[in-house]
Design a protein around this ligand. Structure first.
Ligand SMILES: [Zn+2]
Length: 106
């Protein structure tokens, strides 16, 4: 259950545990803003969301916070691992590399 009397919190950055804040950037046409949750320490960011002027209702910010808060440390580490492993396997994905190894050993 959501307690509406308390402002919802942003979790610390999944990369560096730094403090997160909501970052707004006006779009070029001046019709609205791009919003993302950003880490003050390392600059890590949530996916960006767009709102047109006047449409930044509480639900919009809740969505944005959820985007950030559901990005768990485990998820971020997994993505980093996949990326590093892909480089180690010469551009092949981890799944492909395992597949190949299986074929070689069977
Ligand atoms: Zn950070």
């Amino acid at each position: 259950m959501t307690d509406l009397s308390k402002p919802p919190k942003l979790l610390p950055c999944p990369f560096c545990e730094g403090k997160a804040h909501i970052h707004r950037e006006p779009c070029v046409e001046g019709m609205g803003y791009y919003c993302a949750v950003k880490c003050s320490k390392c600059g890590g960011k949530s996916p960006e969301k767009y709102y047109s002027n006047g449409n930044d209702c509480p639900l919009f910010y809740e969505d944005l916070r959820n985007l950030w808060n559901t990005r768990s440390v485990a998820e971020v580490r997994k993505a980093a691992f996949e990326e590093a492993a892909t480089m180690c396997f010469g551009g092949k994905s981890v799944a492909d590399a395992i597949d190949q190894r299986r074929k070689e050993t069977s």
